[in-house]
Write a protein that binds this ligand. Structure first.
Ligand code: PLP
Length: 466
């Protein structure tokens, strides 16, 4: 193949694009009235490394890795070549009715190898296209498992308030975002939401260990209230991403695991953000030393180059499926899509060859944590926290407290985010915090650029907020 590594810069007619955008395009998770008031969506046209370029030709450091996913960075010619070659060989075939193609089989084995680093019992993989679909698969598989086991009354899932598990009906219901539940009569029945391990927001001033025990105990209390014999599983993100980068106290997950084991409840980790290196391990739960029975993964699995997700399934579940036989009547047209799987394999290969997981754990993760410390003395910063290459800065009105700006509660994040974008940094504003999740290829100098730009933007926001 003689294609140039980089296509030439294309000149788009921005006025035309924005007009078409408003006339025909409903972007995801968006306020369409605002889209029109702003004259159309923000349009991104190119990207390379850790930088994205917008329609006006402005370059931004992408502190969000797209949507928490471009772990190997932009512009990887190797991934484009793998997709090109796979598309010519076999662009698509399905995996229905005991069918397979080479890429998903090889990818399943590779993922099993990574899962085995912490739990050799996690042996099998079911493919889907998105994180939401992965959680839908989990929802159906878990209930099916309990039916096969002869405990069909075990149907209830316990999740957490402010969790994010996707946008499908099951995903949004498993999630604990009340503003999502408010649309369309969610959650569906059979899902219980308990306390989240958000120490800064909900345990401020409380001893961290006591807080961890209190929020973990809220799971046990709910199990007992529902009736242990009715509870199928507990689901949680190792670190809550979209909820505002909520990093639990170190002892939280082992406590949760012990509670699940005590009542024979399946433990599910939603690794859609935390998987593939984000916390400095192949999977986020490996940082906490726990052994989930099922894991959902997506995003970093292909670094967002093509849509693919998976569910990691432990042997104890697979054994029941094997023993009982009969179809698991579930699957998607694109389950195990060969081109997506080939790109995912190559993406994992890049992570291995470049040591991106180890680099995140030993070099860039600690560097980000140290760099964020510089913000501790800023008058608007209540807490700056990170783990691996994911972090958050809490914005407060009164130093030394977790008080928010009166009359503007929940808006400080978006205000500072807009200033960051003006200053050349793409981050996300979640309520009263700024969150970041850069590509794992980020350098120390670029981490400094992230922290310096947040500091500058906080300085500019102060007179607006006060
Ligand atoms: N689970 C978690 C933890 C996520 O962060 C997301 C997306 O951000 C999802 C599930 C849903 O993934 P998708 O948007 O690919 O459906």
């Amino acid at each position: 193949m003689n294609a140039p590594a980089k296509p030439p810069v294309r000149n788009y007619d921005m006025n035309e694009l924005k007009k078409l955008d408003m006339a025909h395009h409903l972007p995801a998770q968006s306020d369409y009235k605002l889209q029109h008031e702003l004259g159309g969506s923000r349009i991104i046209t190119r990207a390379d490394g850790v930088f994205i370029t917008d329609a006006e030709g402005k370059s931004l450091l992408d502190g969000m890795a797209g949507l928490w996913c471009v772990n190997v960075g932009y512009g990887r010619e190797e991934l484009a070549r793998v997709a090109y070659e796979q598309m010519l060989e076999l662009p698509y075939y399905n995996t229905f009715f005991k069918t397979a193609t080479p890429p998903p089989v090889k990818l399943a084995a590779k993922i099993a190898e990574k899962m085995a680093l912490s739990n050799p019992d996690l042996t099998h993989v079911f493919f889907n296209s998105s994180g939401s679909e992965a959680n839908d698969t989990i929802f159906r598989l878990v209930r099916y498992y309990w039916e096969l086991k002869g405990e069909p009354e075990r149907t209830v899932f316990i999740s957490r308030k402010n969790a994010y598990h996707g946008s499908t009906v099951a995903g949004a219901s498993l999630g604990g975002m009340t503003f999502m539940h408010a649309q369309g009569g969610l959650p569906i029945p059979g899902i219980e939401h308990v306390e989240q391990p958000y120490h800064f927001g909900e345990g401020f001033g409380e001893d961290e260990e006591a807080f961890a025990t209190r929020v973990a105990n809220s799971i046990e209390e709910r199990i007992l209230a529902v009736g242990p014999e009715k509870v199928a599983a507990f689901i949680g993100e190792p670190v809550q991403g979209a909820g505002g980068v909520i990093i639990p106290p170190a002892s939280y997950w082992p406590k949760v695991e012990a509670i699940c084991r005590k009542y024979g409840i399946l433990l599910i980790c939603d690794e859609v953000i935390c998987g593939f290196g984000r916390l400095g391990h192949w999977f986020g739960h490996q940082h906490y030393g726990i052994k989930p029975d099922l894991i959902a993964m997506a995003k970093g699995m292909s670094s967002g180059y093509l849509p693919i997700s998976a569910v990691g399934v432990s042997k104890k579940i697979v054994d029941v499926l094997l023993e009982k036989g009969g179809d698991f009547v579930h699957g998607y047209t694109y389950s195990g899509h060969p081109t997506c799987a080939a790109v995912s394999l190559a993406n994992i290969g890049i992570m291995e060859n470049e040591g991106l997981i180890e680099r995140t754990r030993d070099v860039t993760g600690p560097y980000l944590a140290k760099a964020l410390k510089r913000l501790d003395s800023h008058p608007l910063v209540g807490e700056a926290r990170s783990l691996g290459l994911i972090g958050a800065v809490e914005i407060v009105s009164e130093k030394g407290t977790n008080k928010r700006f009166k009359g503007a509660e929940g808006t400080a994040g978006p205000i500072v985010r807009d200033l960051c974008i003006k200053n050349g940094l793409m981050v996300r504003g979640i309520r009263d915090s700024i969150v970041m999740c850069p590509p794992l290829i980020i350098t120390e100098a670029e981490i400094d650029q992230i922290v310096d730009t947040i500091e500058k933007s906080l300085n500019e926001a102060e007179p607006v907020l006060r």
